[in-house]
Design a binder for this molecule. Sequence first.
Ligand code: ZN
Length: 322
Amino acid sequence: MKFATEESCRAYLFRMRWPDGFRCPRCGNSESWSIGKVLVRCAACRHLTSVTAGTIFQDTHTPLTIWFRAMWWVTTQKNGASALGLQRILGLKSYETAWTWLHKFRRAMVRPGRDLLCERVEIDECYIGAPEEEMHGRGAADKTLVVVAVEESGSGIGRIRFRQIPNASAATLNRFIRESVAPGSVVHTDGWQGYRKVGSLGYAHEVTVLTGRKEKASELLPHVHLVISLLKRWLMGTHQGAVSHKHLDYYLDEFAFRFNRRKSMNRGKLFYRLVQQAVAIEPVPLDVILHPEKQQTWKLPPRKSPSREADTDRLAVQATGL
Ligand SMILES: [Zn+2]
């Protein structure tokens, strides 16, 4: 690694954040002067800033060289990174610090305004938090419902998207589909009633009805079910199943980030992308990292059909199909 000094790390962040030269975050002016090694003063509005201000590195007391080692390690671990692993590799005293850093990185793994999935997309939901076999007999109370979209790419898999959802109602599923899939694409689902309106949202809706078929769901929607099994393996393996529901979204982001770049032979590209996004997103207060519900953007108004009933129906449909 060429990031052995604070200066080289800072210069790298500078090029990532301002590829066309400095821009004042307050007024957009490009003239500035340096104050010492870290601070930059805008020549127009006099705003005092630094390359790390307003990024996930803001207010850090840890040298950038350590942050860079952390990001390098995280992006070069083929199966993802655990907090314990990061703590060991950096020799951090506190597990909580390693855990918090990983969560900051995960927030930088979602590209704002990322492209929508397109052409042919399989969509289905799954429960996270319990072995598949236990799904049918028991309620869904201790499990989290996650919707999964998988782009078909020839006979293989293209890009993927996840979202934790409060229920499998049409409103919830339609919203996810509109935010994840480009209009005009083919959306392939099972016969769940929550997908009934997909055809009226500007998609070609292809339905494979599971009920009464002897094939398994994994054969009828093979791409999405392969991704679900890989996700579950990853959560059980790298994270030993110890992911709490309130943080699950960020683990889903990390899984998608890695999966969508799995064909990139150059691990350096993953690192590059992570650093690029780390200086592009706002800093997240520790309080919000620990309690993501305080920044809940996924809130739907209460619907007439209660979610638990919808989920129970859903389980019933899957049970007859499986
Ligand atoms: Zn300015």
